[in-house]
Design a protein around this ligand. Structure first.
Ligand code: SF4
Ligand code: MSK
Length: 670
C-alpha cells in the first residue's frame, strides 16, 4: 500500500484537512488540486518549454535527441535563462510596485490629501535621510520626509544611466558595490530594469545565457532596492516594529467575535482597519458579537504581527482552511499570494471575500477599492460587511483547531540594535564579538513561502531546528517566519529546549538585558517578504563592523519551501550579495546544465554567494551547518573542529585544492 504523503506539520491544519475529507460538499483544497494535477509537465519542470512567441509552444528534448532547438533556433540554455529572468522581473515588479504604493500613500499624506495616516516613525525619517545623504540639521519631519520620498521615487524614474540607484549605493558594503559595479549589474532605474528584462527576452533579442543571467541579477539588485524602499517608508508611516509578545495559529480565531482576516502584503489598508476597528464596537455589540477579532494571513499578517501584535492565523498553503473553521466573517485581501480559489470558497461559506486593489480582483469578491484619501471610510465600510456576515453565520458547525503558540516578534534592525546596546555602547561590535567567540556560530536567514509540493511547514521547521541546535541564530521573514510563530519556535521555550549552549547563553544574556525573565527566542521574526531588507541590513552592519563583505561571513540563507517569483528574485539577490542560498524546491532551470552550473558554481567565483539546491531538508540543514563552519574557519575564527564532507575530504583539503586550481588558472593552466 502506498503511504499517503503527509500534508502539513501544523496539527491544526491536519485536523481541518481530516474534517474536510469527511464531507464531499466542501470545495477542493490546494492539496486536492495538486494531486489532480499529477503528473506535472516535465518540460515545464526543467524550464525548457518556451511560449515567448506564438510559433510555440516549443519544447526541447532533455535527452539530447531532437528537438534540440525551438522553431526560432533557441537552445535549452537560452530558453531556460529567458524563462528564469522573466520570473525575476515579475518578482521585482511585485515588490517594487508594493514600494511605490507605500510611497504614494506617504505622498498623499504630505500633500494633505488624507487624514488616515501620520508619520509614526519620526526617527526613521532621519535615519533614512542621513543614510541617503540628505542634510538633516534644521529640517522638520515633513520636509525631510518629502526629500526622502522624492529620492525614493527618483529610483523608479531616473533617466541618467550613469547614476546608480540610491537604494543600492547606500545599503551595500563598499566592497559589494564594487563587485556589482564591475559586473555591470548596478541598476539606475527600477522600472527600466524590469523593462530591460522583458525587452531582452522578447523573441529575437538576447540569446546568450550569460548576459541574460547578468541582466536577471541586475533586476534582482533593483528588487532589493524596491524591497528596501517598501520597508523604509512603511516604517516611516506606521512606525518601526518593536518587541511584542502575542499568539499565533488558527486557535486565535474566536467563536463569539467578528473574525476578520487580513491577507496579502501591503499594510496601507490593514493599518487603517486596525485603527478604526474599535470605533465600531457599538455596532458589533448590537450584532451580538463580543468584539472584532483581527487576525493576519501571509505577509499582511506579518506586518500587523510585527507592528501591532495582531495574531497570525496561518500562512500561504493553508489560507483556504481559515474559512473551514466556520467563523471567518471576512477575508480582506490586498495583493500577492491570494489563492484564486478563495472566491468560490467564500461562496460556500458565509465569509465575505473583500478585494481592495484593482490589481487583485477575485471572482465572487466584494470589491471596495482602497484609496488613501478615503481610507477611514473604506475601512469602516469593509468592517461593516464583516459585521453583517457575522449575523448571517447561521448554524454551520464551528471548527476552530485548539492550537496557538506564544511568539515574541518585532525584530526590526532598530530593535535589534537596542537589544544589543544593553550589553555594549557599540551594539554591532558586541554582535561581532559573539560571533568571533563562537557563542553565535553564524546567522541563517530563513525566508520564503510554502510550496504544496512538500509537507506544509515541515522543511522550515527541520532546517531551523538543526541550525539552532548548532548555535546558529535564525532571522526569518515571510511564510517561514509564519511557520515559526505558529509552531512555537519563536519563543523562549524554544531557546531553552533546543538551542545549543552558546546560543542559549547569548539569548539569555540579551533577555536579561531587556529586563525579561526569559531568554529571547532563537528565531528573530524580521517581518514580511519586503522586510528581507532588514535581513540584508543586519548582516551588512555585521560585515561593515568586521571590515569584510557578506561573502566572508558565517551566514547562510534558506528558502526551504520556495514558491513564488518573489522567492526567485530574493534568492537571486541573496546570492549576488554573497550569501550561500539553499532552495528546497527545484527551480525550473535543470533543463540547462550551463544555467545550473552558473547558479551553483560560477556565481560563487563572481559574487561569493551561490545556490544550494537540496530537496531533503535534513541534508540541507547539515550542509548549511557545514558551510557556516567552513566560513568561520576561512575567516580565522573557526574552532579546531574539522569539517569532513561525505566524500571523506576535509574542509582544509578542499580549500587547498581550490586555491591550487585558482593558481593554475591564474598561471594559464600550468
Ligand atoms: Fe519557440 Fe523561439 Fe517562439 Fe520560444 S521564441 S516559442 S523557442 S519560436
Ligand atoms: S506571503 S511570497 S507565500 S513568503 Fe509573502 Fe508567503 Fe511567499 Fe507569499
Amino acid at each position: 500500500m502506498v503511504e499517503e504523503k503527509k500534508k502539513s506539520a501544523d496539527p491544526g491544519v491536519v485536523e481541518l484537512l481530516e474534517m474536510k475529507e469527511k464531507d464531499e460538499t466542501f470545495p477542493t483544497t490546494a492539496w486536492d488540486r495538486y494531486d489532480i494535477m499529477q503528473p506535472q509537465c516535465r518540460f515545464g519542470e526543467l524550464g525548457i518549454c518556451c511560449t515567448i512567441c506564438l510559433q510555440g509552444p516549443c519544447r526541447i528534448n532533455p535527452t539530447g535527441k531532437e528537438p534540440s532547438r525551438g522553431v526560432c533556433g533557441a537552445t535549452a540554455y537560452t530558453i531556460v535563462s529567458r524563462n528564469l529572468i522573466r520570473k525575476i522581473a515579475a518578482g521585482c515588479a511585485a515588490h517594487s510596485d508594493h514600494g511605490r504604493h507605500i510611497a504614494h500613500t506617504l505622498k498623499a499624506l504630505l500633500e494633505g490629501k488624507t487624514d488616515a495616516y501620520s508619520i509614526k516613525g519620526e526617527e526613521k525619517v532621519k535615519t533614512v535621510a542621513k543614510r541617503i545623504g540628505i542634510e538633516v540639521e534644521g529640517k522638520d519631519t515633513n520636509t525631510l520626509a518629502k526629500e526622502v520620498l522624492d529620492m525614493a521615487l527618483e529610483d523608479y524614474s531616473r533617466h541618467d544611466e550613469e547614476t546608480p540607484l540610491i537604494w543600492t549605493k547606500t545599503i551595500v558594503t563598499p566592497e559589494r558595490f564594487e563587485i556589482l559595479d564591475r559586473c555591470d549589474v548596478v541598476p539606475y532605474n527600477i522600472d527600466a530594469t524590469i523593462a530591460e528584462v522583458m525587452h531582452r527576452t522578447h523573441i529575437g533579442v538576447d540569446a546568450d545565457p550569460v548576459p541574460l543571467i547578468f541582466n536577471g541579477i541586475k533586476c534582482a539588485i533593483a528588487d532589493l532596492a524596491g524591497e528596501h524602499i517598501s520597508t523604509d517608508i512603511s516604517d516611516i508611516l506606521f512606525g518601526v516594529p518593536e518587541l511584542t509578545v502575542t499568539e499565533s495559529n488558527l486557535g486565535v480565531l474566536k467563536e463569539n467575535s467578528v473574525n476578520v482576516a487580513m491577507h496579502g502584503h501591503n499594510p496601507v489598508l490593514s493599518e487603517v482597519i486596525a485603527d478604526v476597528a474599535e470605533e465600531l464596537q457599538e455596532e458589533v455589540t448590537a450584532a451580538g458579537a463580543e468584539g472584532i477579532n483581527l487576525v493576519g494571513i501571509c505577509c499582511t499578517g506579518n506586518e500587523l504581527l510585527m507592528r501591532r501584535g495582531i495574531p497570525l492565523a496561518t500562512n500561504f498553503a493553508s489560507q483556504e482552511l481559515a474559512l473551514l473553521t466556520g467563523v471567518l466573517d471576512a477575508m480582506i485581501v490586498d495583493y500577492q499570494c491570494i489563492y484564486p480559489s478563495l472566491g468560490w470558497w467564500a461562496q460556500c461559506f458565509h465569509t465575505r471575500l473583500i478585494s481592495t486593489s484593482n490589481l487583485c480582483r477575485q471572482t465572487g469578491d466584494t470589491h471596495i477599492e482602497f484609496n488613501p484619501k478615503t481610507a477611514k471610510e473604506d475601512a469602516k465600510k469593509i468592517l461593516r460587511l464583516a459585521i453583517e456576515a457575522f449575523k448571517n453565520r447561521g448554524t454551520r458547525e464551528v471548527n476552530i483547531p485548539d492550537y496557538k503558540e506564544t511568539c515574541v516578534v518585532g525584530f526590526s534592525m532598530e530593535q535589534v540594535e537596542e537589544i544589543l546596546r544593553t550589553q555594549s555602547d557599540d551594539p554591532m561590535q558586541y554582535m561581532v564579538d559573539q560571533i568571533k567567540e563562537g557563542k553565535v556560530a553564524g546567522i541563517a536567514a530563513i525566508v520564503g513561502c510554502n510550496n504544496i509540493k512538500t509537507c506544509h511547514d515541515e522543511a522550515h521547521l527541520k532546517v531551523a531546528r538543526e541550525l539552532i541546535r548548532n548555535n546558529v541564530l535564525i532571522i526569518a521573514t515571510g511564510c517561514a517566519a509564519g511557520a515559526y510563530v505558529r509552531a512555537g519556535l519563536a519563543n523562549s521555550n524554544a531557546t531553552k529546549e533546543i538551542a545549543g549552549e552558546g546560543l542559549k547563553e547569548f539569548l539569555t544574556t540579551l533577555g536579561k538585558g531587556m529586563n525579561l525573565d526569559e531568554p529571547l527566542p532563537p528565531i528573530w521574526h524580521m517581518g514580511s517578504c519586503v522586510d528581507n531588507s532588514r535581513i540584508h541590513d543586519f548582516v551588512t552592519a555585521i560585515a561593515n563592523k568586521m571590515g569584510v563583505d557578506i561573502k566572508d561571513l558565517p551566514v547562510v540563507a534558506s528558502a526551504p519551501e520556495a514558491m513564488s517569483e518573489k522567492a526567485v528574485v530574493i534568492g537571486t539577490w541573496l546570492v549576488a550579495t554573497g550569501w550561500p542560498t539553499h532552495v528546497g524546491i527545484l527551480p525550473f532551470i535543470h533543463g540547462s546544465d550551463l544555467v545550473v552550473q552558473v547558479a551553483e558554481n560560477t556565481a560563487r567565483d563572481v559574487y561569493g554567494g551561490y545556490f544550494v539546491f537540496e530537496t531533503d531538508a535534513d541534508k540541507a540543514a547539515k550542509r548549511l551547518v557545514n558551510i557556516i563552519k567552513q566560513r568561520r574557519w576561512k575567516l580565522g575564527i573557526g574552532t579546531d573542529e574539522e569539517i569532513v564532507y561525505a566524500n571523506g575530504q576535509t574542509a582544509h583539503e578542499l580549500f587547498e585544492e581550490t586555491e591550487e586550481k585558482k593558481a593554475t588558472v591564474a598561471n594559464g593552466g600550468k
